[in-house]
Design a binder for this molecule. Sequence first.
Ligand SMILES: Cc1cc2nc3c(=O)[nH]c(=O)nc-3n(C[C@H](O)[C@H](O)[C@H](O)COP(=O)(O)O)c2cc1C
Length: 533
Amino acid sequence: MSYNDLRDWIAALERAGELRKIRTEADPILEIAEIADRVSKSRSSKYGPGGPALLFQNIKGHPNSQVLINQFGSERRMRLALGVDSLDEIADRIRAFMDVKSPQGFLDKVKMLPMLAEMGKFFPKTVTTAACKEVIRRDQFSLLDFPILQCWPKDAGRFITLPCVITRDPKTGKRNVGMYRMQVFDERTTGMHWQRQKVAAEHYRESLRAAATNAGAPPLPGLGKGGSSAAVDIMARTSGGSILPEGPLPTGKMEVAVAIGTDPALTFCAIVPAPPDVEEFLIAGFLRQKPVELVKCETIDLEVPADAEIILEGYVNLDELRMEGPFGDHTGFYSLDDLYPVFHVTCITHRKDPIYATTIVGKPPMEDGWMGKAVERIFLPLMKLTIPELVDINLPLEGVFHNLMIVSIRKSYPGQARKVMNAIWSLGQAMFTKCILVVDEDVNVQDLGEVTLKVLNNIDPERDIQFTLGPIDSLDHSSRLPNYGSKMGVDATRKWSTEGFARPWPDEITMDAKTKSLVDSKWKALAKELGIE
Ligand SMILES: Cc1cc2nc3c(=O)[nH]c(=O)nc-3n(C[C@H](O)[C@H](O)[C@H](O)COP(=O)(O)O)c2cc1C
């Protein structure tokens, strides 16, 4: 099951009893956030943890507008969004693709044809007519016409929180879709909060490098022609972490488009930590099992999802940065203000009466936590490609994606837990993981009680904790420098003599099978007698 667009998805949510339409007036300034926060933390018997999706239909100051929030805010809705009964189904499909062996003969090649044909179905398709162009505003437009939320009292203002930000790599031409929040500065400009390790930030640096080369900047050691210091590490310099000298930035523009309110698979793909070379449009096609339809922008050379509710077209100036934030973040704290590029809107296209899709982040559990859980399930088979001893992983919601990863491994040689930690720290956005707990394969990492028991019993802290230094998530407020600090791995596996552990390792307590079956045979009656049925 997949959805053509946001409206199709909203109808499916309604049919599944997963949506509440709210007619009571609600203010986009703080009030909608407070309601969504309460709902996402509710545990009603009807909806389970996460409550229902909410469609606000009476927005203060925005007559005829609708706001969708909490669309991904439960495990069930995450499965519904991706059209599966279990997220492991997607992992299985990925595994099936990865299992393909080189064909040995003609018959093998013939057998592969259906799979190749299936892959062909996932590539995006360009169309010429599009629902997102029902209204085209090249002038007389204002971002303030949309019911953009202020989420928390100390936020610097209103933020677009669920945007699919589309950029193109100036070198390879590959497109990227990333979700980066956008602070509304005024009617036509916003912040563009792509953190420096994200793909769009690299596109920005590539654009700077290209502009510097065109301007005839002298090459710097190790950076190749045109690599000016500012171009290479503009972001680090601006957050006080760089030793590079100050210097004027090359001028120029980088085109950016933003889609708000797409079908759920595409919105989800904007948060997926895909390798930079894999276009999210293709991943969305794979998840939906049908291609994403794209249409050309009006004022810039980018393509956008044809069925989106709202499209913002524009650019960032390569030499323009502005303070962005603070913003109440998914860590449960306000992320500090910092310098980020400024997005200038050149044109807005939208559907008639567009539905504004948004989310809030804050103290977990919240909607983004369920999206993160889906990423965890889907990425496990991909992680196993480089870390084959991996059995399972758990990113607990309170670990806010990057603070805690619990992994179980099949240990076959001494020191393997530390090898796994280092592998995780070298794996895309898993590099940010502040704390990795490694346990043996017989520990159920999804059971935090069991993990606590086993980890704390199994470690000699001084011996088993591994510290390392490296990149840290931009939102981390405790690291010694912005974006740079220490990480910790805990080897909580059983220690072997080949790892220098000379003492005997005790057995875990379990009852013997004979006694268990004896009590099993009496248990029904006993339970009644004990009143613990
Ligand atoms: C609701 C939500 C908001 C997010 N906001 C930001 C943000 O402001 N900046 C950022 O760099 N990443 C943000 N992320 C995480 C990125 O979307 C995620 O790292 C994604 O993989 C980035 O895409 P990329 O790998 O194509 O750069 C957010 C994620 C979610 C779920």
